[in-house]
Design a protein around this ligand. Structure first.
Ligand code: GDP
Length: 173
């Protein structure tokens, strides 16, 4: 018999780094070059860990709110996992720095057991890369975070990064 456990996951990061796109790739296997204003703020997706265990992600996207005001801590309180996204085609001073500040914020305010995955998105634009992979890798290692680079556009590593998170989530015996 298979058991499904639900976990709350939040997406964080600067505007336009591809948070909604990563979610849409993961949940619907879709991508759009054009920003949709109607992107849902809440989606779910279930993955299978093994024949007896499934993980249901309840995914909270900021739906652009991060552009207008700072997000209330209530948004990530009670979150079991966070995906913090930056854009590898931007210089590190911009979205990578913002990602680091989100990590600090979670370390201060979120549940200490939260699983944090740092993601450098847009690897399909390798020729325009301005943030080296090593910067993300090193920061994640120092802070004990999961790390991946990915592309919502090509789909590279998207499913895998959510699977990595799923494997780290605490399951009741
Ligand atoms: P959000 O504001 O962080 O949710 O970012 P969006 O998901 O709305 O994406 C912002 C823009 O970047 C859109 O035009 C997307 O099509 C584009 N985008 C997102 N992910 C990728 C990616 O992996 N590769 C490329 N080339 N473009 C992407």
């Amino acid at each position: 018999m298979s058991r499904t456990t639900s976990f709350k996951l939040v997406l964080l990061g600067e505007s336009a780094v591809g948070k909604s796109s990563l979610v849409l790739r993961f949940v619907r296997n879709e991508f759009s070059d054009f920003r949709e204003s109607t992107i849902a703020a809440f989606l779910t997706q279930t993955v299978t860990l093994d024949e007896s265990t499934s993980i249901k992600f309840e995914i909270w996207d900021t739906a652009g709110q991060e552009r207008y005001k700072s997000l209330a801590p209530i948004y990530f309180r009670n979150s079991n996992a966070a995906v913090i996204v930056y854009d590898i085609t931007q210089p590190p001073e911009t979205s990578f720095e913002k990602a680091k500040s989100w990590v600090r914020e979670l370390q201060r305010q979120a549940d200490p057991s939260i699983v944090i995955m740092l993601v450098g998105n847009k690897t399909d634009l390798e020729s325009q890369r301005k943030t080296p992979r090593e910067l993300g890798e090193r920061f994640a290692e120092e802070e004990g975070l999961l790390f991946s680079e990915a592309s919502a556009k090509s789909g590279e590593s998207v499913e895998e990064l959510f699977m990595e998170i799923a494997k780290k989530l605490p399951l009741a015996p």
